[in-house]
Design a protein around this ligand. Sequence first.
Ligand SMILES: Cc1cc2nc3c(=O)[nH]c(=O)nc-3n(C[C@H](O)[C@H](O)[C@H](O)COP(=O)(O)OP(=O)(O)OC[C@H]3O[C@@H](n4cnc5c(N)ncnc54)[C@H](O)[C@@H]3O)c2cc1C
Length: 805
Amino acid sequence: MKTNARVVVVGGGIMGASLLYHLALEGCTDTLLIEKGELTSGSTWHAAGQCPSITGSYNLAKIHAYSNQLYPKLEALTGQCVSWHGCGGLRLATNAHELAWLKQVYGYSKSIGFGMEIVGLDEIRRLNPFLTTQNVIAAAWTRDDGHGDPSGLCNALAKAARDLGATVMRHNRVIDIRARRSGEWEVVTEKGSIVADMVVNAGGCYAREVAAMVGAAAPITNMQHHYVVTHPIPAFMERSEEIPVMRDPYTSGYFRQEQKSGLMGIYESSGLREAWAPRGAPDWESTNELFPDDLDRIAPWLERAIERMPIFGEVGIRRVINGAIPHTPDGAPLLGPAAGLRNFWMCCGTSFGIAQGGGCGKYLAQWMLHGDAEINMAEFDPRRFGAFADPAYVRDKVFQDYRLTFTTRRPGEEEPAGRPRKVSPLHDRLRARGAVHGETFGWERPKWFSLDGRAEDYSYRRNNVFEVVREEVAAVHRRVGVLDLTGFAKYDITGAGAEAFLNRVCANRVPRKTGGIALTHLLSPGGRIQGEMTVTRLGGDRFYALSAAAAELRDQDLLTQSLMPGEAVRIENVTEDRAVLVVSGPRSRELLALLTDADLGNESFRWLQAREVQIAGHPLRALRVSYVGELGWELHPRMESLPALYEAIWDAGQEFGIANYGLYAVNALRIEKGYKAWSTELTNELNMLEADMPRFIDLGRSDFVGRAATLAQAPRPLKIVYAEVAASDADARGGEPVLVRDRCIGVTTSGAYGHRVMKSLAFACVDTEFAAPGSVFDVLIQGERRAATVLGAAAFDPDNARMRA
Ligand SMILES: Cc1cc2nc3c(=O)[nH]c(=O)nc-3n(C[C@H](O)[C@H](O)[C@H](O)COP(=O)(O)OP(=O)(O)OC[C@H]3O[C@@H](n4cnc5c(N)ncnc54)[C@H](O)[C@@H]3O)c2cc1C
């Protein structure tokens, strides 16, 4: 038995096998996959094997698309039968919202390159002549997908990995994983120990237990899911073609042909059952396990599936499968490092593991071996969940996610399950004033304020909140606005070595003088963007760093894991100790001056400077920075001071027409300033030059993480650009293809309507040939081509006169 390996993968389902293969393809074959039973004996063997191209996330769609390219080739590559049926898929739309969603995904298909068309009833009936199209208005026809035999696919991936030199060990359970002083891991199995540089948790429904071996959390609940197979159907016997895999919101499930039989799978929305309830975890000896049938539970939806496919009702049910699927709270897989640990990776939590397995393995292997994947991995990073994701939260969210699997969620729509988790002390007060909150990293944060009781009519088009946001923007632009941004991640970084440390991990030089503020980025050794931070020098060796709420654990890892042994630096996460209240607008100085003795005048308190002052009697850190392009301060008091501080500002602000504002307005305001955002424009896909951030990378300094790679890399022909879009009533959101005639030359990364400049604006990553200011192209928004022109400067106040005022 191998006793050392560079990588040990725990779990031989589709995720572990795909990772093993892709590690080998990237040249890493000193690997060992350990499976406690047979390969595929967890969730994989009993899956229905469907691999849709369609999914609501642009980055996840890239993962699906890669799997669909890979699977049809595996049989020829390995000799292992995978039974790939390239019958394509039809996703039905039964109302305008579902159709709008399909149009958004159609845009993804153009920029990613998978085959998709939106088709009408005649084409739907041609593709599936057995379908009843009552209440169907259109469908997405995805030609490149299909279904395969999940066991075959998993075994083929394992064989392909073995053929390249990887090792697979079956019938051996990992019983413990121990950290060694050397930084290596000792993987203890029933048959002995293996010392590994990296360990990957691909434990499927056991991923929580495997994570617990190293003190990590895998926020997963395992759900029971049924599909049924009918007796052979005479009408199928007579045909040589196969109908596409059908997906239908009315049925809340999928149905297709299984050889000459019918197959129907249901995501029931009531009576949901956790697998192995109430514990939610299987016994270790669970292999190839199925649960007792519960057809009553899924009967209402099965009846609908038969309404859609009457020929399925003409024969009886031959086989019922009720198996376990691992689910995460947001429905996306866990791909990336476990929080707080070095070289312990997660490759689990996928509820569509067959469809996603191929792509998950590929992109995780790139990240593990090269430091970065070629697609944006932020939404899969396991560190998007923190301590807030306790078992009750995970279960609530997962039940909701399962129930809504076939419900088309509209942009901005957020359900109540599991909430609220983390609230600012202003939460109830702001709610009483109309705040509609959204959830980020467990934090409830105001998105907009409903002053007349209206609810948002969620849509891909501008909706009834558009005018509300316009008013919030007007308050910030003409008067003064106040925003609770308490969820920001915050770190105190102190000690004799703090400046040198920060200069080593930051792409921009950190401030030399007390009170200085610098925007800076954390890069990987390969030069790709990992994080974005605002670093303030509070005094000699005292720094205060701020980053996105969603990046709290990720940035904490980036900082703490960059420390060198014995380095005199202390990094303290103070996110929950300090609040953030943003006061912005031309009257903000007058307002705050009423509440403080500190001199807020332009000479003594300049833009991009910070001071420790008292406002309304509360000591706080005041940072004169603005993400919204107006005069303003970010106030960082102790958490307990926030309510009194807010009320004092609110009361004093009445004479200036103060208004609350939320994150929708922030997005509109920041895009007018041309400010790029971490995780949309600033991602692991790009270096600082490609992201068009040359002002923030100080290449003149002798060394910092990512410098050498940034300088050494041959320029790639892609760049982030900023463009004005001739939109009508729908703005870019990210993921829309950028077209020049019929050629796709890029993709939008985010967009919004700028109310101050009355323009629709977007960022896009495009071929450098089209990156110069004045370049023109089209953006496909909701299926309509909209002309766009690259801008050379911020649409609003390019000289920053308002922030410097
Ligand atoms: C009825 C049903 C239908 C489905 N249909 C589809 C579909 O059509 N399309 C789709 O994409 N997905 C489908 N799925 C979901 C899919 O099956 C899962 O998402 C996928 O199989 C998860 O793969 P995995 O590799 O993460 O987990 P698993 O396949 O469960 O693999 C994990 C492996 O880890 C092993 N293991 C765990 N702990 C240890 C340990 N300590 N030591 C050694 N080995 C260990 C287990 O034995 C197991 O083999 C379906 C699921 C069900 C239940």
